[in-house]
Design a protein around this ligand. Structure first.
Ligand SMILES: Cc1ncccc1N[C@H]1CCCS(=O)(=O)C1
Length: 108
C-alpha cells in the first residue's frame, strides 16, 4: 500500500482498533462468531467480520485505503443489526460500538 495508507494503518488504524478492542461493549465482536454456538449465523451472515480479523488484515497490509478499514468495521455492526434484536445485549453493544467508532472516525 502507498506510504500514506501505511502511516494510517500504523498510527491511526492500530490505535483506533486498540481503543475498540478494550471498549466495555466490544465483547461480542472480539473474535469471529462461533458458528457451532450459532448454527444459523453462517447461513444468514454472508460476510462475517470481527475485530481480530480486522487486526490481522491491518497487520498484513491488506487495506489499500483507510476507507477499506472503515468498511470492515462497519460490516461488524451491520452484521450485528441483521442477526440481533436492537433490544438485546449484543444488539445494544453493536449500536454502542458503532456510535463510538463513528465519533472517533470523524475526529481523524
Ligand atoms: C456479534 C454476534 N452476533 C451474533 C451472535 C453472537 C455474536 N457474538 C457473540 C460473541 C461471543 C460471546 S456471545 O456468544 O455472547 C456473543
Amino acid at each position: 500500500s502507498p506510504p500514506t495508507v501505511i502511516v494510517f494503518c500504523e498510527q491511526c488504524g492500530s490505535g483506533l482498533l486498540c481503543e475498540m478492542e478494550c471498549h466495555e461493549h466490544a465483547w461480542p465482536f472480539l473474535v469471529p462468531v462461533n458458528t457451532k454456538q450459532f448454527p444459523q449465523y453462517k447461513k444468514v451472515i454472508k460476510c462475517p467480520m470481527d475485530l481480530s480479523t480486522i487486526k490481522r488484515k491491518l497487520h498484513d497490509g491488506t487495506y489499500k485505503c483507510k476507507e477499506e478499514f472503515a468498511s470492515d468495521v462497519r460490516l461488524i455492526f451491520s452484521n450485528c443489526e441483521v442477526f440481533n434484536e436492537d433490544d438485546s445485549p449484543v444488539g445494544r453493544a453493536g449500536h454502542n460500538m458503532r456510535q463510538f467508532f463513528d465519533a472517533r472516525w470523524a475526529q481523524l
